[in-house]
Design a protein. Structure first.
Ligand code: HEC
Length: 118
């Protein structure tokens, strides 16, 4: 009974703030002004396009291209699952270290904001 009250209290504020959603992100992670061009594209450029560029996708990236806004936007749910490495999809980056929490959070914020092309 007591535990249930505590759990309800935690859940009720879960969506209140970014700090509540991402408590493990350090204060050095700048998650303000998350734009596609400014914050999302560099994540892919630095960690994914070696296999998922338009040119390389067929040979190295399982035919998953992540170079254009349209492709990233359409595949946002699988990208999030792959980089969070929580679901049945292949964990990404393939054969690499998991992305820093800040980058994963940045991508998920962009998705939550409605995947703006900005
Ligand atoms: C070393 C090459 C390589 C890198 C780097 C890489 N991927 Fe992949 N990715 C692949 C291959 C190959 C597949 C096809 C599935 C498999 O073989 O695991 C794939 C599949 C995927 C899929 C589809 C997953 C599924 O199971 O359907 C997504 C989404 C994806 N990658 C996202 C990313 C993202 C985002 C990054 C960067 C953070 C990334 N990948 C980095 C090679 C790579």
């Amino acid at each position: 009974m007591f535990a249930a009250i505590i759990a309800a209290g935690v859940c009720s504020c879960y969506y209140d703030s970014e700090e509540g959603l991402y408590p493990s992100i350090s204060s050095t992670c700048d998650t303000t002004n998350v734009t596609y061009s400014g914050k999302v594209v560099p994540i892919f450029a630095n960690n994914c396009l070696s296999c998922h560029s338009n040119a390389r996708a067929a040979s190295s990236g399982g035919s998953v291209a992540l170079e254009n806004f349209a492709d990233v936007s359409a595949q946002a749910a699988s990208i999030s699952a792959a980089i969070n490495q929580t679901g049945p999809l292949s964990p990404m980056p393939k054969n690499g270290s998991k992305l820093k929490a800040c980058l994963i959070t940045t991508f998920d914020i962009w998705v939550r904001n409605g995947k703006p092309n900005n």
